[in-house]
Ligand binder design. Structure first.
Ligand SMILES: [Zn+2]
Length: 259
């Protein structure tokens, strides 16, 4: 079905964030918001064997929550969705801002026209540097096609990099911490998790990352367009190992901030 709206033509509004200094000068990590990508009538990408991204993201996110509950019980955990419902991108960021979270982790799965591509990528907000990262961000931003109220994005022009440059400047401190977190996620995928191919840390124009007022990363946990990786992400082992790598990154990031 043709998307209701094309992100490349979309003029959408950028909400100026009112920062609470505690969010980015904080020297402790007390609360994490785990953003479960897509939901409801937005399935996200659909794998070669029909795995829906929204379901894989949900399983990994809730597994991550369970590990955190045991390993770091004093870390408060919140999710952007607890059910299979569509949550607008702006609302996901608003939840994190309202919660005063110290860290925001958005969980997604990737897709490519090339079925051989597999591996993990962790994104921070920034200008897209490669064709692939532009495509990934555009695909993820398409989630707003399913949203009813598009007016909230009105002044934001996805083709206008000035919006992103301004946001990037404002986010300078947050950006450094986001980068640290992203590197830890990929380090843990690449070195600590069996058989994962880390494709590294990247930056791209993800709407959801620009609206958060705290260090934020978007983790693409693997390619559902690769049948081997789709199978892995559907397995108990795959879900656990993926969640475990993200958990270790949170643990290491918390130590880094609090040292
Ligand atoms: Zn996604």
């Amino acid at each position: 079905m043709k998307p209701l709206i094309s992100i490349s033509l979309l003029t959408v509004s950028f909400i100026i964030l009112s920062f609470s200094p505690a969010n980015f000068i904080a020297t402790s990590v007390k609360k994490v918001v785990i953003d479960i990508g897509h939901g409801g009538k937005d399935p996200g990408t659909i794998g070669v064997s029909n795995t829906m991204e929204k379901d894989v993201a949900f399983k990994v996110a809730t597994q991550l929550g369970s590990i955190l509950e045991i390993q770091i019980p004093d870390l408060i955990r919140r999710y952007t969705r607890y059910t299979d419902d569509l949550i607008p991108l702006a609302e996901r960021a608003r939840i994190a801002n309202k919660e005063g979270a110290d860290l925001f982790i958005s969980i997604h799965a990737n897709a490519s026209a090339n079925p051989d591509i597999m591996g993990t990528e962790t994104y921070i907000a920034g200008l897209s540097s490669t064709k692939e990262s532009i495509e990934t961000a555009m695909r993820e931003n398409q989630a707003i096609a399913h949203e009813k109220n598009k007016k909230i994005y009105q002044d934001f022009n996805a083709n206008n990099n000035i919006d992103f440059i301004m946001a990037a400047n404002r986010h300078n401190i947050i950006r450094q911490k986001s980068l640290q977190m992203a590197q830890l996620v990929e380090y843990n995928f690449g070195t600590r998790t069996i058989n994962r191919n880390s494709r590294g840390v990247k930056s791209a124009d993800f709407i959801v990352l620009y609206k958060t007022a705290m260090p934020s990363v978007l983790v693409e946990i693997g390619y559902l367009s690769n049948s081997e990786e789709e199978k892995y992400l559907n397995s108990e082992e795959g879900i656990y190992e993926t969640a475990s790598a993200i958990y270790r990154a949170i643990r290491d990031y918390k130590e880094y901030i609090e040292k």
